[in-house]
Every structure is written in C-alpha cells, then in structure tokens.
Design a protein around this ligand. Structure first.
Ligand code: ZN
Length: 460
C-alpha cells in the first residue's frame, strides 16, 4: 500500500510540474491528525478555564504568557521565546452599575446590565446621576446638541440586520463605541451609554475599546455598553417622552503601562531559513468572559498548526513563526512590536496569517497582497475545499499582522469562519469555552495548516 502511494506521488510530480496529488494527500494527513489526535480543544480548555480572561497587564496575562511558551515547546517548536513589549494597563476596578429611575414613583427603579468600555475613565466609583438623552445616530446628536449639556447620552445605533455578514454591521456601529464618548463630551455630556455592538437576542453587554479624541473634547467622560434588551427598554421609555434619570457607577481607570509579551514559537526553515512565514492569534482578551472565541480559538489553532507539522515529521523549507500576540484588544502593542523588531533586524517576511474571527466552521480566507499572489492562492482552493474553505478573496488580514503589512509590505491573510454567531459572544461574558464546538475549531486549524504548508512549499 505504502509503495503504491509513493509511485502515485512521483508520477504526479513528473506529469503535472506541481504535485496536486501529493498536496492533497499531505492535507488529508494534516486533517486526519487534527481531527483524531488534535490538542486545540484541550489547550483551549486550559487557557479559558485554568487561566481565564487575559486583559493586558492582568495577572492572567502573565500566566497565559508562561503557559504559551511551555505549550510551544511541548508542541515541538525548535525554539520558543517571549518578546517583550510595554502594554497599557486598564482595569475595570469593580462592578459597573447603572440604575434607571423612571415615572417619579420610587418603585420605578430598574437596574440595567452594563459594562464600562475598555480604556474608559470611570466615575471614580462614585454615583453619577443625570437625565438621559436618546440619540439614534451622530446626525441626531448634532440636532440635539443644545440639550446635551449635563446629561448622559444614550447611543442606540442598532446593528444593521440587512447585512448578511455581521462584520459589516459591527464596523458601522463601532463608530459609536469608538468616538461616541468624545463627540458627546464636546457638547457637555457627562457620560455615555452605548448600545452593545451585537445583534444577539440576549441581554449580555459587550465591552470593547473606546478612543477618547482630545481634539473633540478634553473631558474623558465615563462610557458604558448596555445589553440589547435593556437598550430596547430604555429606548421604549424615552420614545414615550418620559424624563429618565440614570445613576451610573464605574471605577474604570488606567494604571501605569506595564511589561507584556508576545509568545513566539519557531520551526526553522531547511532551504530558505531567512524567509519567514508568520501565523498567529492574540493572547489577550477582555475581562468579562474567558476569551474563548476572541481569541483563545486563534491561539490554540496556531499552536495546533505547529503541533501537526511536527507530529507528521514535516520539515519546513522556510522558517515558520507561531505567534500569540499581546494587547490586540486595547492597544495593539504586541503587533506593533513584532513588526518593529522585524524591521530592525531586516527580516524577510513573505506571508502572515491570523485567526481572529472566532472558532467557527471555516468558510473563506481573506487576503491582502498583489493580484498575482491572490491568483496563486486561489489556485489552491480545490485543495482546501473538502475541509471547508471554498473561496479566497481580497480583504484584510488580522489586526495583529496589520503592522507587518504596513511596515514591511508583507502579504497578509485571515481565516474567515462562519460569521453568524460571532457577535453573540464577542467581548461579552458568554465568550466561554462551552460556546466552542470542538470540530469547528479543529477544522479551522486544518485549513490554516494546509495553507501554511502550501505557502511553505511553493512560496508566494
Ligand atoms: Zn480578537
């Protein structure tokens, strides 16, 4: 049996010039190994349940980095190390609260499910009470700007459900989380509440980073995300022209920057060791959940690619780096550091791939590079198709490899799995291990490993 296979490989090498058969056989081996002996799910269990949410600067970050180096070594890296970078150290500092008083009767009190936005300044743990002004959009904020002073602005911009791809809705609504606080502060608002960036049916608030823009306002006002059901309730009350007062309390604040690390594992190239291929996800995650989909999944898939290549005895031609980036969520310092050091050392980075869109069934790979390179990648789609990826399209790479693309013009790609459930969990307390499907997670790793194998073999 073995002999027949070898004959088949050499035959296809001779006849085709490139070895379609050998490649599909290798990818089948990758798939078999991951689907039957895969460690990604167990590794994710450890990362989420034994370590938990891993925000930059937190004790869990330190634990996760240490775990990361160990697991890279265990999975067969030729070398593994920590790359130091300074990271911002934002803390929630306690439980965020918002209480709504409506209708004048003391019985009419409702506690709302909220989370301070990442990088926001809180109320110094004191109650802040003000009336609420509802705005559906920035246009409406402009129309109501004269009545904003001294109030809490409630941005109720909804996810546009007409988009089949929820990432488009996220991008649009993201403007309110990002610049909403400073735009409201410009007109004298004392705080903002932002409808969570999600289209889910539950009431879990979704945090995420905000960005104060001091050119709009010097005041860094408190900012919170509110669960969708509570947002709908608040909206209904305000639409009935009720005057509502809200009392909020958050102790969010920054501590001085601290030391964090990217975790890097490496397989050295045998023919072109100076040509580097990077594959990664980000190790940090928001604090309310366990960072399972975002981005524990990308981390354990990255480690799984290393493990499977090693387990199959594959000797890469080029150097492959497996990177768990630090601080994607509220600073991107890890991604920036990785690119900066690559530039300083004059490294040649031929390709980078990230998984940071959840541990769901793989569907697409998006690519940012030349048309010629895209064409080459697309010629491999038939090899990936049996495992889920049915197209490779023009698009972005992940956030962490963006700096590599911008500084060294490295072509970058991202695994784009099924998008429909991602924003049910993203940055919320239900982004936990239990919401990951083992098979879907593994299939993501299969497609990533297959692509890395092809690029290592043929270059780009
Ligand atoms: Zn992420």
């Amino acid at each position: 049996m073995k002999k027949t296979l070898i004959i088949a490989i050499s035959f296809s090498l001779v006849t085709n010039g490139f070895s379609q058969t050998a490649d599909s056989m290798m990818i089948k081996k990758i798939s078999d190994e991951i689907l039957t002996n895969g460690k990604a799910y167990d590794n994710l269990h450890h990362l989420t349940k034994k370590i938990g949410g891993r925000l930059s600067g937190s004790p869990q970050m330190v634990k996760a980095e240490k775990w990361g180096v160990g697991i890279m070594q265990e999975s067969g890296a030729d070398k593994a190390w920590l790359q130091e970078c300074m990271v911002p150290h934002w803390v929630r500092g306690g439980k965020d609260k918002a209480t709504c008083y409506y209708g004048g009767d003391p019985k009419h009190v409702k506690s709302l499910d909220v989370l301070a936005l990442g990088n926001s300044e809180g109320t110094k743990n004191k109650d802040l009470t003000a009336k609420v002004i509802l705005v559906d959009s920035f246009d409406e904020l402009e129309r109501k700007k004269d009545s904003v002073k001294g109030s809490i602005v409630f941005y109720n911009y909804k996810f546009n459900q007409a988009y089949v791809n929820p990432f488009l809705a996220y991008r649009e609504a993201g403007a309110y989380r990002g610049s909403g606080p400073s735009r409201a502060a410009k007109y004298g608002a004392v705080a903002v509440i932002v409808r969570s960036l999600s289209g889910s049916t539950d009431n879990n608030p979704h945090t995420g980073a905000t960005r104060y823009d001091t050119t709009l306002s010097k005041d860094k006002i408190p900012a919170m995300a509110i669960g969708l059901r509570d947002a709908d309730w608040l909206n209904d009350q305000l639409r009935q022209n009720k005057i509502l007062r809200l009392t909020i309390k958050t102790n969010a604040h920054f501590l001085p920057d601290t030391i964090g690390h990217n975790v890097i594992g490496e397989l050295s190239g045998s023919e072109f060791p100076d040509e580097i291929i990077t594959i990664g996800g980000h190790l940090d995650s928001w604090d309310p959940g366990e960072g399972a989909h975002d981005d524990g999944a990308g981390c354990v898939q990255t480690i799984e690619v290393l493990r499977v290549l090693k387990a199959l005895g594959y000797k890469p031609k080029r150097t492959i780096r497996f990177v768990l980036f630090m601080n994607e969520e509220n600073g991107l310092r890890g991604g920036n550091k990785y690119a900066q050091e690559a530039k300083e050392k004059n490294e040649k980075h031929i390709f980078a791939l990230e998984s940071d869109a959840g541990g769901f069934t793989p569907r697409t790979i998006s690519f940012d590079g030349s048309a010629e390179q895209l064409k080459k990648l697309q010629s491999w789609v038939p090899l990936l198709y049996p495992y889920g990826v049915y197209e490779i399209v023009n698009g972005g790479g992940g956030a962490d490899i963006g700096p590599l693309n911008r500084t060294l013009k490295t072509p970058v790609a991202e695994l784009a799995p099924d998008t429909q459930r991602y924003f049910d969990y993203h940055h919320a307390r239900n982004d936990v291990f239990e919401n990951i499907n083992k098979r879907e997670l593994q299939l993501g790793a299969v497609n990533m490993a297959a692509l890395i194998y092809l690029i290592d073999k043929y270059g780009l």
